[in-house]
Design a protein around this ligand. Structure first.
Ligand code: HEC
Length: 189
């Protein structure tokens, strides 16, 4: 197994800046909810973007948002189409996303498309302790990333990044107390 040194992880953590509730939700609210929100009874194309349950269906390897891969994420590519393309979202290019909004959306997807906010807990769909699955990890300075627990080594945690499969060795002390607990639980300690 190839293990990447920690400084790459720190740069990854540093880039994980897009917060779903603060930066993505308002875009969906203003530009998409009119047709894609269960709260408004609108789920055009079977897509709703307003509840964690619905978002969980939209985000995933074979869905509209592919975590870590903006170029293959249809939700993003259709928002970039020309106004007269029949697939463009919002339709007909009305109320379309600004370049800044598109860039924010792209970064969010690149970083793993997490809907976990800094404070709001994830719903039951993604329990914090799903062994073997992708979990959210928080560093001791509050940054988050999506990765799978891959073992303990030399007093650190091996984390496999959800976005690119790279494995990092992270000293326990770099993680928040909750994530340290999560690592110990995953290791069965
Ligand atoms: C005025 C209504 C309307 C708005 C606003 C709107 N959509 Fe849609 N959306 C639709 C309709 C209608 C469909 C179904 C289109 C189809 O199946 O051909 C759809 C389908 C989709 C799909 C599925 C596309 C596919 O190819 O399967 C996605 C993803 C999507 N919309 C994302 C968005 C996003 C993101 C926004 C906001 C930036 C948005 N939509 C805004 C009406 C809307």
């Amino acid at each position: 197994m190839k293990i990447t040194p920690l400084f790459f992880l720190i740069s990854t953590l540093a880039a994980s800046a897009v917060d779903f509730d603060r930066e993505i939700k308002p875009i969906f609210n203003q530009k998409c909810y009119a047709c894609h929100a269960v709260s408004k009874g609108k789920t055009k194309g079977d897509v709703a973007l307003d509840t964690p349950e619905e978002l969980a269906k939209v985000i995933g390897a074979d869905s509209h948002v592919i975590p870590g891969d903006p170029a293959k994420s249809r939700l993003l590519t259709i928002c970039k189409l020309p106004d007269d393309d029949s697939d463009v979202m919002p339709p007909k290019g009305k109320n379309r996303l600004t370049d800044a909004e598109l860039a924010t959306l792209e970064s969010w997807i690149k970083e793993g498309a997490s809907i976990k906010a800094g404070s709001a807990p994830m719903p039951a769909a993604a329990p914090a302790s799903a062994p073997g699955g992708v979990q959210t990890w928080t560093s001791n300075d509050g940054r988050t990333l999506q990765a799978t627990f891959a073992g303990m080594k030399d007093g650190g945690v091996l984390l496999k990044m959800a976005s690119n499969g790279e494995v990092f060795l992270v000293p326990l002390a770099r993680l928040s107390p909750e994530s340290q607990q999560q690592a110990k639980a995953a290791a069965g300690q």
